[in-house]
Design a protein around this ligand. Structure first.
Ligand SMILES: [Zn+2]
Length: 462
């Protein structure tokens, strides 16, 4: 016999469902640049690298989660990096969302979306028309994901493998934890979608490639999709320090080592990351992602890098500069173009507490040392700022065992280097004859302290 529910019981159920039911949806848009009309400059390595063909598509992938009517969107784009201004333009088109996060995978084999990789150092590689397509693509992916929302439960899994990372800068510190969120239908357990987060530079195709590709994340998504028949969104995390596939030994099925700059290596590496994700799925545990507690703060970060200052001044890098008076949250936000005075750029740091899951949203490429609490100590005598205090580590602020870091989140300001590992002046650390690579792509030595302290304050609600 069927149980009979009274009208008031039915009403009560529908009201409580609307107020707090967790739903999730996935959406995606193809934003591959058109070839043959304008030059498409490939980002990530030298100037004037022109795309000649398309190997696989450049995609936007969006995950929309809702707690009743409270909606947030997490968006990932297969490009090198996006400035906060671009993210604001996307957010402006998405009213009704409590929060929209847009992160780039940091793909080094896609179109220039920042300006650094044009024909010469003095010309931007960005096509403004393409940026419009990218913004519309992000908006459409979020709207599609929103429409696709269905009730879901979520499992979180993690797995580690240091052998899937090459750290090309001393000291060797790797953030080798992959995190996966597996959204499933509440009754059947059927997969609704997956969010994978891993920490490496998508640059397996290296600096000579001229085919547009999403690099290894294309293959991570492809293999997970094949085995689970559901949408998959790949997010980039901690990539400073610096995490790369270049120089990493990757072998094919028969034990042959695969060369850098080949699709065979990108494919195999993507397969291995997907395998690590499968391992993470096996130990996944049920968590809840509600309620959403979203804390963000707009701050200034001082720009001491002369190339970046010049880029902002002449417009190769399109963003505003502000007067830096030593305060990340100034009383007045004063715009300036005068680089004889200390200058800064505006960015955003985020801390998201989604039920049992804590997420750090970091606007650039943070060093694993600053995430895991492994900043060089004692300091190397060659360091430029040996007295710099150790920044509060990102993960030391988090209490939940379930955590994740999204890098290049809502901005890309390059490397955030522990200040006491900053090293451009002789003598160099570790007895090296020349400076290590990194500082040239950082706004300056104050970036990591400002980011880490802001994150700590957000967690502490200060
Ligand atoms: Zn990078």
């Amino acid at each position: 016999m069927k149980p009979v529910l009274s009208l008031s019981a039915i009403l009560l159920m529908s009201i409580s469902a609307a107020a707090g039911e967790f739903t999730v949806g996935f959406g995606e848009t193809d934003i591959t640049p058109e070839l043959g009309k304008k030059t498409v400059f490939l980002a990530g390595f030298g100037h004037n690298r022109k795309a000649t063909e398309v190997h696989d598509p450049i995609m936007v992938r969006a995950v929309v989660m809702a707690d009743g009517d409270d909606k947030i969107a997490l968006v990932t784009v297969d490009v090198v990096g996006l400035f906060l201004e671009t993210v604001q333009a996307i957010r402006d088109e998405l009213p009704g969302f409590k929060y929209v996060l847009v992160s780039a995978t940091h793909n080094h084999e896609g179109p220039d979306t920042m300006g650094l990789w044009g024909a010469t150092p003095f010309t931007s590689g960005v096509d403004p028309e393409y940026m419009k397509k990218l913004i519309a693509g992000c908006v459409n992916a979020v709207k599609a994901a929103d429409k696709n929302r269905q009730p879901a439960v979520v499992d979180v899994g993690r797995a580690r493998d240091p052998d899937l990372l090459h750290d090309s800068r001393l000291p060797i510190v790797k953030h080798d934890e992959l995190v996966i969120l597996h959204f499933r239908a509440p009754r059947t357990g059927q997969s609704r979608g997956m969010l994978v987060q891993w920490n490496n530079h998508p640059e397996a195709l290296d600096s000579k490639n001229t085919q547009i590709t999403a690099d290894f994340p294309y293959y991570v998504v492809k293999y997970l999709r094949q085995s689970h028949q559901c949408p998959v969104a790949y997010f980039t995390g901690t990539v400073g320090g610096l995490m790369t596939t270049l120089g990493l030994p990757v072998k094919d099925k028969d034990g042959q080592e695969l060369a850098d700059g080949t699709f065979a290596k990108a494919d195999r590496y993507g397969f291995l990351v997907a395998q690590l994700a499968e391992k993470a799925l096996k130990n996944a545990v049920r968590i809840t992602l509600t309620p959403f507690d979203i804390r963000t703060r707009e701050i200034l970060i001082p720009v001491e890098n002369k190339n970046f200052q010049l880029g902002f001044q002449i417009g190769v890098l399109k963003r505003k500069m502000y007067v830096w008076d030593g305060n990340p949250v100034p009383a007045k936000w004063l715009e300036t173009k005068d680089i004889k005075q200390p200058v800064a750029v505006k960015t955003e740091v985020g801390y998201l507490k989604l039920g049992d899951l804590e997420v750090a949203a970091i606007p650039g490429e943070i060093y694993p040392e600053n995430v895991l609490g492994q900043v060089q100590d004692p300091v190397d005598p060659g360091a430029d700022f040996p007295d710099a205090p150790i920044e509060p580590a990102i993960y030391a602020q988090l209490k939940s065992p379930h955590r994740m870091l999204i890098g290049l989140a809502n901005d890309e300001l390059g490397y955030f280097i522990p200040k006491r590992q900053w090293d451009v002046k002789e003598p160099f650390c570790y007895g090296l004859k020349k400076a290590q690579y990194g500082e040239i792509n950082s706004v300056g030595p104050e970036a990591a302290p400002v980011i880490c302290n802001t994150f700590k304050q957000l967690v502490e609600k200060k």
